[in-house]
Design a protein around this ligand. Structure first.
Ligand code: PMP
Length: 360
């Protein structure tokens, strides 16, 4: 095997090694087909089987109820920022909780479509926390409440869903979907770009409640209408078959790990290993408030930017790659999604302690 570093990238991000190895082994010819998955018609029975298996495995992994549809779309989570208001805003307004960069983007795109209002924002505090339930301003007339389950750049995560009463909950779960158990029945629609916890860039997973499909204006362009993709089984046009194939392998890997309870336990253990080092130190300062911290993206600062640059460079030279924080925030960000191994987190924790001993 080629030498692999510990890859702390925020997305695209580390994949489970057995998934990469299986994809590599089968790349030239998928068993029993005599051709590569990259070469196959999306109308072939092999690809239809791959898409159907991914659907079934996601249902088994996350307990997706029968009245929910699973879609494999393109355009990233970013296209969902536009599709959601185009499909569901009509006649009223959207309520948005603004907890970070992508939550702001979702609001901005909804405003390009219609009336979108801020139910709560933590921007004035630098997005260090998730709003409390009593801070949410919810008009019962709202078409839906949009929130971001995990804020990839700031490193905050909702410990539980906001309560929205009869207003459908819509969530961008791009950076923590399937990192822990999820009660899909609480959501009207949940979506995630695959390239963090679920697979590779190119496919966006959308899970939506069937009854919402009736609200969609028939005047929408076909590709932007969820009904088109429901009726076409995500193959109205050519779907991103390779990305769905990898997503299917990742979901099988998650099932083989023991499912979402087991992932939650492993992810908590990994995150706590790093937060423990931060909390025991005067040198490292966590960005997010305890209790609001992400188990996926651990964000922290060092005393000054020069020391942060040195930290990132020295870590990289020791095989701890991609630790630089997002350019809009700075500092350090360790992204430790499902596929990131505990051993890599322990290596980083030791590196942090040694770095503090020398530079603290
Ligand atoms: N939402 C969140 C929470 C994200 O982390 C990202 C990507 N970093 C996006 C949306 C945008 O996703 P995409 O690039 O798939 O459009």
């Amino acid at each position: 095997m080629t030498n692999r570093v510990f890859n702390f990238a925020a997305g695209p991000a580390v994949l489970p090694l057995p998934v990469l190895e299986e994809a590599q082994r089968d790349l030239v010819a998928l068993p029993a087909t005599g051709m590569s998955v990259l070469e196959m018609s999306h109308r072939s029975s092999a690809i239809e089987g791959i898409m159907e298996a991914a659907d079934q495995d996601i249902r088994a992994l996350a307990g997706v109820p029968d009245n929910y549809r699973i879609l494999f779309l393109q355009g990233g989570a970013s296209l969902q920022f536009s599709m959601i208001p185009m499909n569901f805003l009509a006649g009223s307004h959207a309520a948005h909780v603004v907890t970070g960069h992508f939550a702001k983007m979702a609001l901005q795109e909804a405003r390009a479509v219609g009336d979108a209002r801020i139910a709560a924002t933590t921007e004035p505090e630098g997005f260090v926390r998730i709003p409390r339930q009593d801070e949410l301003e919810l008009d019962p007339e709202a078409s839906y409440l949009h929130f971001t389950t995990n804020n990839t750049i700031f490193g905050t995560e909702w410990p539980a869903e906001p309560e929205s009463g009869d207003i459908p909950l819509v969530a961008d779960a791009s950076s923590n979907l399937f990192s822990k158990p999820i009660d899909i029945a609480k959501y009207g629609l949940i979506y995630a770009g695959a390239q963090k916890n679920l697979g590779v860039a190119g496919v966006t997973l959308v899970i939506l409640r069937e009854d919402l499909l009736e609200r969609i204006p028939s005047t929408l362009p076909a590709m932007l209408n969820y009904n088109t993709h429901v009726k076409g089984n995500s193959a109205y046009n050519t779907p991103p078959v390779f990305a769905v194939y990898i997503l299917g392998l990742v979901v099988k890997w998650l099932l083989a790990q023991g499912g979402l309870d087991r992932m939650a336990q492993a992810n908590r253990e990994k995150a706590e290993t790093l937060y423990d080092v931060i909390d025991a130190s005067e040198f490292y300062a966590g960005h997010a408030w305890p209790g609001h911290r992400s188990n996926m993206n651990v964000t922290f600062r060092l005393p000054n930017p020069e020391t942060e640059d040195l930290f990132v460079a020295q870590a990289a030279s020791e095989g701890l790659a991609e630790l630089k924080g997002h350019r809009s925030v700075g500092g350090i960000r360790a992204s430790i999604y499902n596929a990131f191994p505990l051993e890599g987190v322990q290596t980083l924790a030791s590196f942090m302690q040694e770095f503090e001993r020398v530079h603290g």
